[in-house]
Design a protein around this ligand. Structure first.
Ligand code: HEM
Length: 397
């Protein structure tokens, strides 16, 4: 068993996390990083933005301010950029996404069912968030597949992982990691700015949204658009994959959901808690501080144990059990907390719900391959199965 709470390379180390919660809720790892395992400590730390700042990059790597991702930007600038993005999202109304997502899920599943099943992560789950977010941003249908590939490239690159490539230039921005992606976003912005009749999409809204008289610069827009794609894609994919793995592994649960469709939102919530798509958030500690009586010095990395917090026995009884009768099902921190709490939570919940509803409408009986063993995805902060081979019978209409 691993002794490193950050290490989910063989799956989230729930046993280790449980033992940390009971014996050492604020611990120091061999590499010198600190790890918060308890729900209340994690939630309080997400609010302590003067002390803990989001950190994807290796220590000492600095990018120009316009290339800082929204979750790295200090206040008060963060608040302003967030209000601009939220205003643009609100104007665009996520409700309009529902019919699009439903149609997309139906088409993907019909194709898969015509083949009797397959790897539902590759052929059903993965295209859902990538296509929905590309649609929301206003990407041409023909370019959506490229968009999804760029998202994976950037998420798995030094741009957004804890380890910078040794040979990479210092502080490389998006153009250094994925030049075609950066150029594509620049073109989307320029085309809409120069058009007399731009499409009614998120990019157009973003260009024209101002807060306190200020709009984002082109480079800030490109940075935040790329981040929206990445953050909406990798995470929601794991939510849907975890949900489907749960229902496909449990025939009684599957039958119950067929009879009680209104349980779907509860199932989505319990999946977010029990199988948090982000298992850890990484922070830089900016000032000497104390958490739960443990001194944490400035300059170290600190992990917020999201998956651990969501199985904290002081908040949830039988935390390792997947249950649909929890009264406090929404007390989880799967979407973080404080000023950086996920602005895409309702979109993610909507996609999870629709992906499952369409699956229930069409599939009679899913059978996971007998040889299936869960292999975690290769992104250090993410928690989802790499593949899920399932035989599907239906269609059910
Ligand atoms: C199940 C799916 C999702 C999960 C589990 C998730 C989780 C999170 C978490 C934990 C944070 C806080 C990060 C931090 O404090 O450092 C966050 C922030 C963020 N998420 Fe999500 N997210 C999901 C889906 C989405 C979607 C669909 C979008 C976009 C449409 C999105 C956009 C963002 C953005 C822009 C931030 C940064 C907010 C800020 O720093 O102010 N997320 N998300």
């Amino acid at each position: 068993m691993t002794t490193d709470p950050f290490d989910a390379s063989a799956g989230v180390p729930y046993e280790l996390l449980a033992s940390l919660r009971s014996t050492c809720p604020v611990s120091r790892t061999e590499s010198g990083a600190y790890f918060l395992a308890g729900h209340d400590d994690v939630l309080a730390a997400t609010k302590d933005i003067d002390v803990f700042q989001a950190s994807f990059r290796a220590a000492g790597v600095v990018v120009p301010p316009e290339e800082q991702l929204i979750n790295e930007i200090p206040e008060p600038r963060h608040g302003k950029i967030r209000r601009i993005i939220n205003a643009a999202i609100a104007q665009h109304r996520i409700g309009r996404v529902e019919p699009f997502a439903r149609q997309l899920c139906s088409e993907l599943l019909d194709r898969l069912m015509a083949r009797g099943g397959g790897d539902i992560v590759a052929d059903y789950v993965t295209p859902i968030p990538a296509t929905v977010i590309a649609h929301l941003l206003g990407v041409e249908p023909a370019d959506r597949a490229r968009f999804a590939e760029w998202s994976d490239l950037v998420v798995q690159s030094a741009y957004a992982t804890k380890n910078r490539r040794e040979d990479g230039p210092e502080g490389e921005g998006l153009a250094g990691v994925a030049p075609d992606f950066a150029a594509y976003l620049d073109t989307m912005i320029a085309e809409r700015k120069n058009s007399v009749d731009p499409p009614d999409d998120f990019v157009t809204r973003l260009i024209h949204t101002s807060v306190d008289g200020e709009c984002l610069t082109d480079l800030e827009m490109r940075t935040q658009l790329a981040f929206l794609l990445m953050s909406g894609n990798e995470t929601t994919r794991h939510l849907i994959a975890n949900l489907l793995e749960t229902v496909c592994s449990d025939a009684a649960l599957f039958a119950r959901l067929h009879a009680e469709r209104d349980l779907v939102p509860t199932l989505v919530e319990e999946s977010l808690r029990h199988d948090s798509p982000i298992h850890v958030l990484l922070r830089d500690c900016l000032k000497d501080t104390t958490v739960d009586g443990v001194a944490i010095p400035a300059g170290v990395k600190v992990g917020f144990g999201i998956a651990s917090a969501n199985r904290d026995e002081r908040i949830y009884s039988d935390p390792d059990e997947f249950r649909l009768d929890r009264e406090n099902a929404r007390d989880h921190v799967a979407f973080g907390g404080g000023p950086h709490v996920c602005p895409g939570a309702s979109l993610a919940r909507l996609e999870g719900r629709i992906a499952l509803e369409v699956f229930l409408e069409r599939v009679d009986r899913p059978l996971i391959d007998e040889s299936y063993r869960r292999e975690p995805v290769p992104v250090f902060w993410a928690n989802g199965p790499r593949r899920l081979p399932v035989r599907l019978t239906g269609p059910r209409r």
